[in-house]
Design a protein around this ligand. Sequence first.
Ligand SMILES: Cc1cc2nc3c(=O)[nH]c(=O)nc-3n(C[C@H](O)[C@H](O)[C@H](O)COP(=O)(O)OP(=O)(O)OC[C@H]3O[C@@H](n4cnc5c(N)ncnc54)[C@H](O)[C@@H]3O)c2cc1C
Length: 489
Amino acid sequence: MDTDVVISGAGPTGLLLGAELALAGVRVRILERQKTRHEQSRALTLHPRSIEILELRGIADRFLSLGRTVPGWHFAGLSRQLDFSALESRHGYTLFLEQARTERLLEERARELGVEISYGHEVVALAQDSDGVDVEGTGPDGDFRLRAAYLAGCDGGRSEVRESAGIGFPGSDGTMSAMLGDFAVVDQDELAAAERGSALIVPLTSGLTRFVLTDPKRMRVPATEPVTFAEFREALTESAGTSFGIAEPRWLSRFGNATRLAESYRKGRVFLAGDAAHIHFPAAGQGLNTGLQDAMNLGWKLAAEINGWAPPGLLDTYHAERHPVGQLVTDNTQAQTLLLELTLVPDYQRPVHALRELLDSLLDIPEANARLAGLVSALSTSYPAPGDPLLGTRMPDLPLGSARVSELVHRGTFGYVDFTGDSTAQVTEGWPNRIIAATGSKHTWTDDVAEALVRPDGHLAWVRRESDPPDAAAREAAITAWAGAAARR
Ligand SMILES: Cc1cc2nc3c(=O)[nH]c(=O)nc-3n(C[C@H](O)[C@H](O)[C@H](O)COP(=O)(O)OP(=O)(O)OC[C@H]3O[C@@H](n4cnc5c(N)ncnc54)[C@H](O)[C@@H]3O)c2cc1C
């Protein structure tokens, strides 16, 4: 084998997956078609669960120090905001951070951990057998071939890995498109004074100004059709009554609502994550966030398999857990896009206005707001399992003396907390280097939890309630089901 895992694509998903694998000592090589990192940023947001997973590795501050936070986010462009600050999280906000910066920080992290990233290397074909995957590509020195135990396709919506592996990508073609433009020159006085119409205007940290336009006259133009500066300026003027003096376009792009979800996130030794597994309109900014969370779910499981301690079936839980999340995201973005699309149809102006007012009034109900906020922030993402309703939910980042739960999993291990007794010795001796154990004191989270096993991705693998007496054999069985067999004593 040339390496344990080849990752196709150095976007946010591939970079985080590479870092997660390397953290567990796995040899990983990322192949990226582009010659250099992307300078443009499609995404501008990191939502709460993404910040939480970065916190689980102790690197959230790197991202927070470069962006700015807002307490909520929109859903379908409704006037009433989703309130992330009301959700139970230490990170109840959206971080405005351009994708290019997010990628730079993820690349730094991956390189620190020893990931080899090869720019200018395109994956063009693959063949897998029972022992590994042959990956064929083209690079600066000509064609190449690599053999790895596993291949992860993090190569975006037009994924070659997905195609070559023969994984279906059912869904629908786009019915509408929108345009974005990043400009170096904008008349700031006009910007401050003018009506903005349907244009969304975002100052970027790079000093550029982004305009996003949904234009009734152009909404049926295929997303593949390039945008010209003249077209953009005309559409902006029609929408806002002024072109805001835009000049020096740095990026013009059209994007649409084609929506597809891979039928399987795994085929043998090939995995899909991020846009390679799901595409949709960027409604409420969820694509990059979902990709990061795919990577976080897959990384430790694939590493466990390669490092030889994965319990049977662990690797299959990746598809079982993340495909339903992809379904939720592709469904909610389609619902949002339909509302947006109807808003642009002149005949529906009045009824759609009424519908929007009705939905806004529902978002005034805290429970309704929290339901959608949980969905978009991904804080309500759960991987339910038979037994206790807490299983599969996010473990809150509770204080443990001067530390916190998240610190237990900084190195990609499991975390174990005993809140009422001290069974940490059994856990530490049984699973050295695989579980970091700590005692916790009485907490308000759910005050009858006596013991908790936290997965490396921060979800709960096992809990014991106080009503059940401590039981070393039951504990060992529960831990073995997730963290593999205990070391021989
Ligand atoms: C206008 C717009 C705004 C958006 N805003 C947001 C937002 O605010 N929040 C959010 O969460 N999401 C947003 N998104 C979505 C987000 O940009 C994507 O979901 C995200 O980039 C997906 O990351 P990825 O790593 O899975 O794929 P990508 O970012 O597409 O990365 C894939 C990488 O694979 C490389 N590659 C492709 N083929 C090959 C090959 N054969 N061999 C080697 N390398 C290859 C590509 O060059 C690329 O670098 C937005 C999207 C658009 C279009």
